[in-house]
Ligand binder design. Structure first.
Ligand SMILES: NC(=O)c1ccc[n+]([C@@H]2O[C@H](COP(=O)([O-])OP(=O)(O)OC[C@H]3O[C@@H](n4cnc5c(N)ncnc54)[C@H](O)[C@@H]3O)[C@@H](O)[C@H]2O)c1
Ligand SMILES: O=P(O)(O)OC[C@H](O)CO
Length: 337
C-alpha cells in the first residue's frame, strides 16, 4: 500500500512560516500555507515566490497557499502556527473549530503573552482545548533567511510526548535542517522567548560600540538569568546549554539578520523608539515580550536584571548610557547563586 504524504498546514506566510513551510515541503510533506493577503497567496501559487519576504527564492511545488483557513486546515496531520505571539490567541480562536481533531499543533513562536505571561504552548492548549501531548514547539538557531537559502542549521522539536516529537522530527528533517527532540517544552520555549530580549540588549550594546567583551558578558549573564527563570518554572537547566538556549542566543546576538538584534542596534545608535519601530518591517518579538518575560520573572520571584534593563530602555525611555551605568554598579555577587 502506498503511504499518503504527510499533510501540514502552516498559519502565517511571514518570514518563518514561509521558511519552515519550505523545510516541511523539502522533507516530503504536502504543505498549505495560510496568509491574510490574496496577493501573497497568488504569488506563492503562481510565481512560486513570496516576494515580500524572500524575493528571488524559488519555493517548492508541494508548497501551496490560501487565504481560506478551512482549506489550509483540511486533513492536516500537523498544524503549524507562525503568527506574532501577541495575536496568536485571537487568531487561533477563529481557526480552532476548523482543525482536525487529532492534528498535532506546532508552535514556531518565540514570545510570551502580555497580560497572562503564558507561553505559546499554554495559549494553544487553552484555546484549541488540546492536551499537552498534542502540542509541540520548534525552536533553536533558525534565522529564516539562512534556512530558505538551505544553509545548514540544527533545531529542537519539543513535545511532552516523546513519540510526537519524534514524528515531527521525521517530517521536518532535510539535508540542511537537522532537528533534535526534547521533552522539556518549558525550557525550550523560555530559551526562545528570552533570547529575543537578550538579543535586544546585545544589539543596544553593539549600537553603543561597547565591544565584544560586553557582548560576551551580556550573552553569558543573559543565559544565567534565563536559566534562573527556567529552574523556577521546572525546566531542565541543561536545555539552556542546548540549541534552544545557548545555540539560539549566539545566533541571534551575532547576526545582523536578527530583527531583535537589529532593533537593539538602532536604539543603541541613538534612534528613538518610534524611529526604530518605523524602520522595523518584521516581528521583533522581544520588544513586547520583554515586558511579559519580566512579568513572568516577578510571578516566580526571579531576578532578571538584563530583562528589566531592556524594559526600561524600550518602554520607559531610559537612556542606554544610564542603564549601562546602573547595570555595572549593581552589588558584587558570586557568579553562581
Ligand atoms: N524569522 C525568523 O527567522 C524566525 C525564526 C524562528 C522563530 N521565529 C518566530 O516566528 C514567529 C513569527 O515570526 P516571523 O518571523 O514569521 O514574523 P513576520 O513578521 O515575518 O511574519 C508574521 C506573519 O504574521 C502575519 N500577521 C501579523 N499580524 C497578524 C494578525 N493579527 N493576524 C494574522 N496574521 C498576522 C503577518 O502578515 C506575517 O505574515 C515569531 O514568534 C518569531 O519569533 C522567527
Ligand atoms: O530575527 P529574530 O531576532 O526574530 O530571530 C530569528 C530566530 O529566532 C533566530 O533563531
Amino acid at each position: 500500500m502506498t503511504r499518503q504524504p504527510v499533510r501540514a498546514a502552516v498559519f502565517g506566510t511571514g518570514s518563518w512560516g514561509t521558511a519552515f513551510g519550505m523545510v516541511l515541503a523539502d522533507a516530503g510533506c504536502e504543505v498549505t500555507l495560510w496568509g491574510r493577503r490574496t496577493e501573497v497567496a497568488d504569488a506563492i501559487n503562481n510565481g512560486r515566490t513570496n516576494p515580500d519576504y524572500f524575493p528571488g527564492v524559488e519555493l517548492p511545488p508541494s508548497l501551496r497557499a490560501t487565504t481560506d483557513p478551512a482549506e489550509a486546515a483540511e486533513a492536516a496531520d500537523f498544524t503549524v502556527l507562525a503568527v506574532p505571539s501577541q495575536t496568536l490567541r485571537a487568531n487561533l480562536a477563529a481557526w480552532a473549530p476548523l482543525l482536525p481533531a487529532d492534528t498535532v499543533l506546532v508552535s514556531l513562536m518565540k514570545g510570551v503573552e502580555l497580560g497572562t505571561a503564558k507561553r505559546m504552548s499554554e495559549v494553544i492548549e487553552e484555546v484549541a482545548k488540546a492536551p499537552a501531548e498534542r502540542v509541540a514547539v520548534v525552536t533553536g538557531p533558525n534565522l529564516a533567511k539562512e534556512i530558505v537559502a538551505r544553509m545548514p542549521a540544527a533545531a529542537v522539536v519539543a513535545c511532552r510526548d516523546e513519540s510526537v516529537a519524534t514524528r515531527l522530527q521525521s517530517v521536518c528533517h532535510t539535508p540542511y535542517f537537522r532537528p533534535y527532540t526534547n521533552t522539556d517544552v518549558v525550557g525550550c520555549e523560555l530559551g526562545g522567548a528570552v533570547k529575543n530580549v537578550i538579543g535586544l540588549a546585545v544589539g543596544i550594546a553593539d549600537g553603543m560600540g561597547l565591544g565584544d567583551n560586553a557582548k560576551g558578558s551580556l550573552i553569558t549573564r543573559g543565559l544565567a538569568e534565563t536559566t534562573r527563570l527556567g529552574l523556577a518554572m521546572g525546566a531542565d537547566p541543561l536545555t539552556f546549554a542546548g540549541l534552544a538556549g545557548l545555540g539560539d542566543l549566539v545566533a541571534t546576538c551575532s547576526s545582523p539578520l536578527s530583527r531583535n538584534h537589529t532593533f537593539g542596534t538602532n536604539l543603541g545608535r541613538g534612534m528613538t523608539l518610534q524611529e526604530t519601530i518605523a524602520v522595523t518591517k518584521q516581528t521583533a518579538e522581544g520588544v513586547k515580550s520583554c515586558e511579559s518575560v519580566a512579568d513572568l520573572a516577578r510571578r516566580h520571584g526571579v531576578d532578571m536584571p538584563i530583562t528589566d534593563t531592556v524594559v526600561d530602555i524600550v518602554h520607559h525611555g531610559k537612556p542606554p548610557i544610564v542603564a549601562l551605568k546602573e547595570l555595572m554598579s549593581r552589588s558584587a555577587k558570586p557568579e553562581r547563586r
